[in-house]
Design a protein around this ligand. Sequence first.
Ligand code: ZN
Length: 150
Amino acid sequence: MSMKQYALAGLFTLMAAPAMAAECSVVVESTDQMQFNTKEIVVSKACPAVDVELKHVGKMPKAAMGHNIVVAKTADVAGVIADGMAAGADKNYVKADDARVIAHSDLIGGGESTKFKIDTAKLEKEGAYEFFCSFPGHAAIMKGVVKVTD
Ligand code: ZN
């Protein structure tokens, strides 16, 4: 390579850096103490989709301490929770084809993990979004903000 090519290669590396830095995957842990390990999930619009892995690091079974992640507009959260509770455990406590649900995972128990995608095209930069566990009673504690960035 010539010096000019080296310089160009270096420039491309620098240019690629911001995109590489965008977090297109996130791991969230949940516990037997009914907690997520974070109050915020950052979703970059630079990613077509963000892969979210939910881990249940506890030991309790799904029926007693099941966790999932549901993403919805803040204004829709209460309705999504109410309808999810009515849908029941077999439906992961998420109403089927609920248009208010932007993304959600399966319901899991202790020792399990699951993955799902958040389609960033469904999120507006100015929008207010939250993530929460829709297992009955959990969302009061198990919730956080979904922050949308460039
Ligand atoms: Zn839960």
